[in-house]
Design a binder for this molecule. Structure first.
Ligand SMILES: Nc1ncnc2c1ncn2[C@@H]1O[C@H](COP(=O)(O)OP(=O)(O)OP(=O)(O)O)[C@@H](O)[C@H]1O
Ligand SMILES: [Mg+2]
Length: 491
């Protein structure tokens, strides 16, 4: 009897102790310490294999496997259990996105085996890598299928993501805090959400179509370029006064192609080799953009040489990087630029962005004010004919500011044209006269190249197409665009 009572008492006491211990463990969070110790002890009896996946390879190009692992790990639910996680607002309302912080561990289960990933970031040089920790006993059984699984999942995620474009900007090569050279990738990305499309740009419709078909035929021309032993690249020069839509056109190109944009800030490029490095770190299916190239070429204060830029545009470097390359340069005027810099083959397509004429004004009135006709239009037309003009940006701003009253908007445009726009249009019209030198047949002839399907001899067509000999019908509407003007001058 006494033994039974002691046993019951003992059971009651130990049950209460266990219950209290459990409460203490869970309430204080000590349970996590216990789990960690348990894992450490278990680890002492295991042999692990480690695999490092650096963000960049020996040539400082992006390691695609790193990119895949990054895409694969971030959506894993176990990221919540890591000790330190970054939280970001998502696209949808109330959506929170979790991102693994540096040197944090995340676990994953695959075919019954447990693996760990460590997000390693070197404090000295900032280099990033993922380290996969896997039990040696599991390695043979799961490693290959696990990597295959990562590949498949990340591919799916990538395809889903592909509607979300990115804008990459280059950061300085020296870390501001540590004053050390960054060995890490120099591109930082943000979502590219510029809404501009070719439809929203006031420009002749047939010209937009020509640009679109030029882009498309370039993309389909891989074999053609290979056959000629040429790097599969195409360069566009967009030039014209400020506020005429050059940057918007770049955005429209990216949205049309569904390409990411790499916007190179030359002031942050240390020297020629730094520029090479930046190019090598770009990925395919992207637009590489250098804005205001004329400003850079006219200031000698930078360590970057003109030949560095030329190597960049010539495509020798591009051949080392990924597949197709589309480069876009913008400038206000190419009058002061050495023609060698813009020669065909270096810059294939030249597109001029002029100040507004009456046609462009009507396109803006249509899209900004929903106006197709108005009693003030003849007056506006008369002012344009007298040589006044403004940039589409200036006219667009006036229309946006007065969008609730179209009459007021038109009156303010008329006033601005009469005051600020006086004689500016004369300059624009002057440029158009220059373009008129090229007969209308030129355009049709050039667009009948092999990439467009047409009739002249294949060799000549190949050559012309390759050098971007796109000619325009020389009606007044489309004269403002000058494709490969340098070559035409010589032809
Ligand atoms: N042709 C156009 N059609 C419609 N909107 C235009 C056009 N040109 C300019 N805009 C509007 O004007 C603003 C400025 O245009 P944008 O930045 O593309 O000009 P830009 O030529 O790049 O100027 P800058 O040389 O100063 O960089 C944008 O908001 C754009 O929507
Ligand atoms: Mg711009």
């Amino acid at each position: 009897m006494g033994v039974l009572r002691d046993t019951i008492l003992w059971l009651l006491v130990s049950g209460t102790v266990l219950f209290l211990a459990r409460i203490v463990l869970f309430k204080t969070g000590l349970i996590y310490l216990v789990k960690r110790w348990r894992r450490k002890i278990a680890d002492c009896f295991q042999v692990y294999q480690f695999y490092k996946i650096p963000a960049f390879n020996d040539n400082m190009q992006e390691n695609q496997l790193y990119r895949r692992v990054y895409a694969f790990l971030n959506p894993l639910s176990s990221i919540e259990n890591s000790d330190f996680t970054n939280l970001f607002a998502g696209k949808k309302p109330n959506e929170i996105i979790l991102r693994l912080d540096q040197n944090q561990v995340i676990t994953d289960e695959f075919l019954g085996a447990r693996v760990c990933w460590i997000n390693v970031e070197d404090d000295d040089d900032g280099s990033r890598s993922f380290v996969l920790k896997i039990r040696k006993a599991d390695k043979r059984r799961i490693l290959a299928p696990y990597l295959h699984h990562i590949h498949t999942v990340s591919e799916e995620l990538e395809q889903r993501r592909h509607t979300e474009l990115k804008l990459f900007v280059n950061v300085g090569s020296i870390d501001n805090e540590t004053r050390k050279t960054k060995k890490n990738g120099r591109w930082r990305s943000i979502p590219f959400t510029h809404p501009c499309t070719f439809d929203s740009i006031a420009m002749e419709t047939d010209l937009k179509e020509k640009v679109k078909s030029d882009l498309e035929s370039f993309l389909n021309g891989k074999q053609f370029y290979n056959r000629l032993g040429r790097v599969w690249k195409r360069s566009y020069l967009l030039y014209g006064p400020s506020g005429t839509g050059k940057s918007s056109f770049v955005a429209a190109m990216a949205n049309f192609l569904n390409y990411d944009v790499y916007d190179i800030d030359l002031s942050k490029v240390r020297d020629d080799s730094d520029l090479k490095m930046l190019l090598l770190q770009t990925t395919s299916r992207s637009l590489i953009v250098i804005e205001d190239l004329d400003r850079f070429l006219s200031t000698k204060s930078t360590a970057l040489s003109v030949s560095g830029i030329l190597n960049f545009t010539d495509g020798i470097l591009s051949s080392c990087a990924a597949d197709e390359r589309i480069m876009v340069f913008t400038m206000t005027s190419k009058e002061q630029i050495d023609p060698a810099v813009l020669r065909p083959g270096r810059v294939d397509v030249h597109i001029h962005f002029p100040l507004c004429d009456f046609t462009a004004f009507k396109a803006l009135a249509n899209s900004y004010l929903d106006l197709r006709e108005h009693k003030l239009f003849p007056e506006v037309e008369g002012i344009f004919q007298n040589g006044s003009s403004l940039s589409p940006a200036e006219i667009g701003e006036l229309m946006i500011a007065n969008r609730n009253s179209p009459s007021r908007a038109l009156k303010s445009v008329i006033k601005a044209l009469q005051t600020d726009g006086d004689r500016r249009g004369t300059l624009a019209i002057g440029r158009r006269v220059f373009h008129e030198r090229f007969p209308s047949e030129d355009f049709d002839g050039d667009m009948s190249g092999p990439l467009c399907g047409g009739g002249s001899s294949p060799a000549v067509k190949d050559f012309k197409k390759l050098y971007g000999l796109l000619r325009l019908k020389s009606n007044r509407k489309s004269q403002s665009f000058d494709y490969a003007r340098e070559l035409r001058n010589g032809s």
